[in-house]
Design a protein around this ligand. Structure first.
Ligand code: NDP
Length: 287
């Protein structure tokens, strides 16, 4: 029978463990705090920011929200980040992407202190992920690794195929699988004979951004299928990058959308925030 890899259930478990860790940190005078910056009013970004805030509150992490109008200049944004870099009550800083077009995303990411870069997007942290000696692991790929663990499959020696090569998902995903001794193939829009590649995958990861792009006949029987995609096809309908109904008849384990990788991404963000709190020895705001 196909195993459903529920990110909702796994992330709930991880968050319970983190509650205890936060308690222990506070007893030692360390108060985790996450600053989240949102520029503009993109509806999807607003939902993500709200979910991150709720997760912080649930675990006991201080949450500092900075909701800025889309007229905010790059200079103003960098100035705010600079202030948060120096704020002893802020462990981690996250600037929700995408940013309005007039702001250079790279300049903003580069402005975040790498020790507070809980998204692991700063070039210093990206470099550390390459070498395998990292403090912060990028949240979505880290969440995927947890779900693969949940499937019970050992990555070592397995054929791992990732469809998508973005800096946020595909590339760091490849590094994490490689560090776990997987044999990794990264596919993208110029890949030839894509279905031949995906059908060879013991572990197939879809991060394409095209609704139900991976069809059932592109999946190897018995594969672990991880669907990173979040595509809104109607006001209240989300689907992944995998044709779920067809793929679940072939796969040994598969993630649902919603309730798969999404909640894991947030749980991993919380984990990075606790790590940042320890690194930065974050103080309470009141102190
Ligand atoms: P990007 O748009 O940055 O990257 C998409 C990738 O898919 C690119 O590498 C692109 O190739 C590749 N691609 C596009 N078309 C094809 C094709 N026909 N055949 C093969 N490859 C193709 O997306 P992201 O990585 O940021 O996100 C991917 C999906 O994951 C989205 O649905 C997004 O919403 C979701 N997401 C979910 C998260 C979560 O928490 N669950 C977090 C982040 C993203 P090329 O490079 O050649 O253009």
């Amino acid at each position: 029978m196909t195993k459903l890899l529920s990110g909702k259930a796994v992330s709930a478990r991880i968050k319970e463990e983190m509650k205890e860790q936060v308690k222990a940190l506070k007893e030692n005078g360390i108060y985790p705090g996450l600053a989240v910056i949102l520029v503009g009013d993109d509806p999807a970004s607003k939902v993500y920011v709200r979910n991150k805030k709720l997760a912080c509150e649930y675990i006991g992490i201080n949450s500092f929200e900075h909701l800025l109008p889309d007229t905010t200049t790059q200079e103003e944004l960098v100035k705010l980040i600079d202030k948060l870099n120096k704020d002893a009550s802020v462990s981690g800083i996250l600037c929700q992407l995408p940013l309005p077009e007039h702001i250079d995303e790279d300049a903003v990411i580069n402005a975040i202190d790498p020790k507070k870069d809980v998204d692991a997007f700063h070039p210093v942290n990206v470099g550390k992920i390459m070498t395998g000696n990292y403090d912060f692991v990028p949240c979505t790929p880290a969440g995927v690794m947890e779900l693969i663990k949940e499937s019970g499959i050992d990555v070592a020696g397995k054929e791992c195929v990732i469809v998508g090569r973005s800096n946020i998902v595909g590339k760091p995903m490849a590094m994490l699988l490689l560090h776990s001794n997987g044999t990794v193939t990264i596919c993208h829009s110029k890949t030839r004979s894509l279905a031949d590649k995906t059908r060879n995958a013991d572990i197939l990861i879809a991060a394409v951004g095209i609704p139900e792009f991976i069809k059932g006949d592109m999946v190897k029987p018995g594969a672990v299928v991880i669907d990173v995609g979040i595509n809104r096809i109607a006001p209240k309908v989300l689907v992944g990058d995998v044709e779920f109904d067809a793929a679940q008849n072939v796969a040994a384990a598969i993630t649902p959308v919603p309730g798969g990788v999404g909640p894991m991404t947030i749980a991993m963000l919380m984990k990075n925030t606790l790590k940042a709190a320890q690194i930065n020895k974050t103080k309470n705001k009141a102190e």
